[in-house]
Design a protein around this ligand. Structure first.
Ligand SMILES: [Fe+2]
Ligand SMILES: [Fe+2]
Length: 189
């Protein structure tokens, strides 16, 4: 199985945009958090998080099919491939079925609004609470690109209370806060 180093070099090959790279690192961290919590394989789950948007920059029109092709060619586990397909069911027809599918789907959009929220706060992610994120979710003008329906469906899929899910994603993202530049000490730099 290709390892994380392989995945990172693939990501660098396909994705130039710094914002998209950060998004993929954020989702990886959130998915890894859930893997630990649920007793799943962090390494495998992390790959799905890290690579789910591999082709978004180069082939947005057929996303994620080109990425999936590349993952299969490189020998990534079918579990990872399936989760990547299922994070965009409306396009691929592949519905989230496994725990990994559901977790990836549920973390994808939510990391976007949490990231945007952090940038608005002098203390960044340091003391960010689910309550603050919920407020931003309700403010449709804030980070308007974040699909609220997808967030809601993710919460349903994961089967947790919304605040609990948000707290988990925040905690996962804290692991890579420095990389994302969302700690209090990073804000405004
Ligand atoms: Fe995507
Ligand atoms: Fe994504």
């Amino acid at each position: 199985m290709p390892d994380r180093d392989h995945a990172v070099s693939l990501l660098h090959q396909w994705v130039e945009n710094e914002g998209l790279r950060k998004h993929m690192y954020a989702v990886e961290a959130a998915v890894r958090f859930y893997a630990r919590k649920m007793g799943a394989d962090q390494e495998v789950w992390g790959l799905a998080g890290l690579l789910h948007d591999l082709d978004w920059e180069k082939h947005p029109d057929v996303h994620p099919m080109k990425g999936v092709e590349a993952l299969r060619e490189a020998g990534y586990p079918e579990e990872v491939v399936h989760a990547v397909l299922a994070h965009r069911p409306e396009y691929t027809g592949v519905e989230p079925e496994t725990d990994l599918d559901r977790v990836l789907y549920a973390c994808d959009e939510l990391t976007g609004i949490i990231y945007a929220n952090c940038l608005m706060r002098p203390t960044g992610i340091d003391d960010l609470t689910p309550k603050s994120v919920v407020k931003k979710l309700k403010d449709k003008a804030f980070a308007a690109g974040v699909d609220r329906e997808q967030v809601a469906r993710g919460v349903e899929l994961i089967g947790l209370d919304r605040s609990e899910h948000i707290q988990n994603v925040i905690e996962g993202m804290r692991d890579v806060a420095e990389v994302l530049g969302i700690r209090g000490e990073d804000i405004g730099k």
